[in-house]
Design a protein around this ligand. Structure first.
Ligand code: ZN
Ligand code: ZN
Length: 355
């Protein structure tokens, strides 16, 4: 089966791999339907890379699939079920897992080189440190697999992983009906945050994004006002929309704008840093945090959040179809990367051509 295999910084190959088989009684063999390309994939494929990955593995960690076969111990799933998959299941054994911090499971990160010493521990995430889904079939344990309704479009279901991460992260802010929210960046992640803020009851949702195409998408994903920060004064707009108070919650979905977020929040406002660039070292004015008593949260993975994610996707409460803008066959993976590197399109979903 044709697969996209990571070969080291800046390199991948499109090559044949053997179809996996059920090995353990709790294994599930999945027929891959759609695989989203993530900013992390682009970071992995940069030279020098901005995110580590293990050479030799099949890429692709955001995907939807159909159950092809199940092991003898699997009773919850059957062939033909449409599913989403948690690519980085917590081990349940380490100290962090056993102290209610599954997102910090020490088994998550691979030891893959000196450039990323923070990724110490053992390889785990499928599509980054072990074989992922940019192929026709993949084998995973049943505990990582969650059913969605059959009529869910595969492209929309492929958003499950980023949706689980953003849903889990935004829950930290405890947004209440009537709250004000600002989202920095309207890539797929920023758009997921804007639509989740709306679903959480926020009534003012300001999205800051330089690209006009993305600003227009933000308006379809819950934004009540969009700002081009290169042209307009974002802080002035936020003060205007919040009676001079500043925003209750600012979500950073860029990777280098934390100081902007700190400047925009009201006293005791909350900042969620989600934009992820392992190489970014922005300078921060500490006085602003201290004086306003700003609360700063980091958001990363959506642990134990896939059941909720399946329900959110099925419900249709979020305009997810607005976020998936392109689909490409697996053989055109490079074309899809080129499109994203030109910053055209939002979420691109790849589908295998043969089974
Ligand atoms: Zn991702
Ligand atoms: Zn663990």
């Amino acid at each position: 089966m044709k697969s996209i295999v990571f070969m080291g910084p800046g390199k991948f190959v499109y090559e044949d791999r053997q179809k996996p088989e059920i090995k353990n009684p709790d294994d599930v063999l999945l027929k891959v339907l759609g695989v989203g390309i993530c900013g992390t994939d682009l970071h992995i494929l940069m030279d020098p890379p901005k995110h580590p990955a293990k050479p030799g593995i099949i890429l692709g960690h955001e995907y939807s699939a159909e159950v092809a076969e199940v092991g003898s111990a699997v009773t919850r799933l059957k062939p033909g079920d449409k599913v989403i998959v948690d690519p980085h299941p917590p081990c349940g054994q380490c100290e962090n897992c056993r102290s209610d911090r599954p997102g910090m499971c020490t088994e998550l990160y691979g030891t893959v080189g000196k450039e990323f010493p923070q990724y110490s521990g053992h390889a785990n995430t499928r599509g980054i440190f072990q074989d992922g889904a940019l192929t026709s079939y993949t084998r995973v344990p049943a505990s990582s697999v969650f059913k969605v309704k059959k009529e869910t479009p595969f492209q929309v279901a492929a958003l499950a992983e980023p949706l689980s991460c953003t849903s889990c992260a935004i829950a930290k802010l405890n947004i209440k009906p009537g709250d004000t929210v600002c989202v920095l960046g309207a890539g797929p992640i920023g758009l997921l945050f804007a639509s989740l803020a709306k679903a959480s009851g926020a009534t003012t949702i300001i999205v800051s994004e330089p690209a006009e195409y993305r600003r227009n998408k933000a308006l379809k994903c819950g934004a009540t006002r969009v700002i081009n920060p290169k042209v307009e004064d974002l802080r002035a707009a936020v003060l205007e929309e919040t009676n001079g108070l500043g925003i209750d919650h600012c979500i950073e979905a860029v990777g280098a704008e934390m100081m902007t977020a700190i400047n925009l929040v009201r006293c005791e406002g909350k900042v969620l840093q989600f934009g992820h660039d392992e190489t970014a070292t922005p300078s921060i004015r500490l006085g602003e945090i201290v004086r306003k008593e700003v609360k700063i949260y980091g958001g990363f993975l959506g642990k134990y959040y896939f059941e909720q994610t399946a329900r959110i996707i099925e419900s249709g409460i979020l305009p997810l179809e607005e976020i998936v803008t392109h689909t490409f066959p697996l053989s055109q993976y490079q074309d899809a990367l080129d499109l994203l590197n030109r910053r055209e399109g939002l979420k691109v979903v790849i589908y295998p051509e043969e089974y």
